[in-house]
Ligand binder design. Structure first.
Ligand code: RIB
Ligand code: CA
Length: 310
């Protein structure tokens, strides 16, 4: 029986690859995409989500627009990383499939309420505004969530948008704090692991030979890589968001610990930091599986094999 998931996303080149991985994996049943403001404003992320689905020939997957700003703060976007469109690297046609009329938060609530408890997982790969808003509005759904597999946070790798904070958490720290305090089963794929999921030239060229979809993945990666190359001097682009999907398909590729993770919401310099108690010194109860390592070769083989199926 395929695992039912909702991907909550702010496409984003790496979000796009994560969505394609989910579509190419029979282990997963993608019930819908809920879109949030993040890398670029909501209007663009809502369009980008539909562009990716139409690229993959999957107009059947419903797309729901969600929150257009964080719970309390002004929106911070990342055009400097993803380009003005959020999907720079290749021109895709404007989407023709419609947005659903329902709000993303209502779709999350209604889907969790209409499926048996423990049968739907949430895969947030952008700021956690939609998820926290759904939990606030309908606390009964929290116990019905099978697992939250989220890309966000950092600890040993520290931040990418500030010295202390990773982008998804930084954009809406109040939302993240609510999700981490919710009691739901959470697996965190932070920068500590995603910075080990670096594309190689050989893999990108292998993608480019896969036809239309592979060409898009290669072009997105070429664009996305320039930022990390300039900043970290790294060879290759970190495919952050696909890690949150790959965890649900092949958890054996990853390693981490069940620890306490708190979100700083009031620090002068540290707001948005995921305070991960890796060494268990705080005495605070563990609330998340914090992933630190990945078999990168196995991850990229999985990506190649699944994207080739589309
Ligand atoms: O920090 C990386 C995260 O921020 C990824 O989800 C990327 O898409 C951006 O949203
Ligand atoms: Ca993202």
């Amino acid at each position: 029986m395929a695992r039912k998931i909702i991907i909550d996303t702010d496409p984003g080149q790496d979000d796009a690859v994560a969505i394609l991985l989910a579509l190419g994996s029979p282990e997963l049943d993608l019930l819908g995409l809920t879109v949030v403001a993040g890398n670029v404003p909501l209007a663009r992320t809502a369009g980008n989500a539909r562009k990716v689905l139409e690229l993959a020939g999957r107009r059947d997957i419903p797309v729901f627009a969600g929150c257009d700003r964080p719970i309390r703060r002004r929106l911070v976007t990342a055009e400097h990383v993803h380009g003005a469109s959020g999907l720079d690297g290749i021109e895709l046609p404007e989407p023709t499939m419609p947005l659903q009329s329902a709000h993303a938060v209502d779709f999350i609530i209604d889907t969790l309420r209409s499926h048996d408890p423990g049968t739907v997982s949430l895969v947030p790969i952008g700021p956690l505004t939609n998820i926290a808003t759904a939990f606030q509005r309908a606390p009964d759904i929290i116990a019905r969530v099978q697992e939250i597999s989220l890309m966000g946070g950092a600890y040993f790798e520290v931040g990418n948008i500030t010295p202390a904070a990773e982008f998804n958490i930084h954009v809406d720290p109040e939302a993240a704090a609510q999700v981490f305090a919710s009691g739901a089963e959470i697996t965190v794929l932070p920068l500590d692991v995603t910075h080990k999921a670096l594309t190689s030239r050989a893999w990108v060229e292998r993608m480019r030979r896969l036809g239309r979809i592979g060409e898009a993945v290669a072009s997105w990666t070429d664009f996305f890589e320039r930022y990390d190359r300039e900043k970290y001097g790294s060879l290759g682009a970190p495919l952050h968001d696909p890690c949150a999907v790959a965890w649900l398909i092949r958890p054996d590729l990853f390693a981490g610990r069940f620890i306490n993770v708190e979100i700083e919401t009031e620090g002068t310099y540290t707001t948005g930091m995921t305070v991960a108690d890796w060494w268990g010194v705080s005495g605070r109860a563990p609330n998340a599986t914090f992933i630190r390592d990945v078999d990168a070769g196995g991850l990229f083989d999985l990506l190649s094999e699944r994207i080739a199926r589309l």
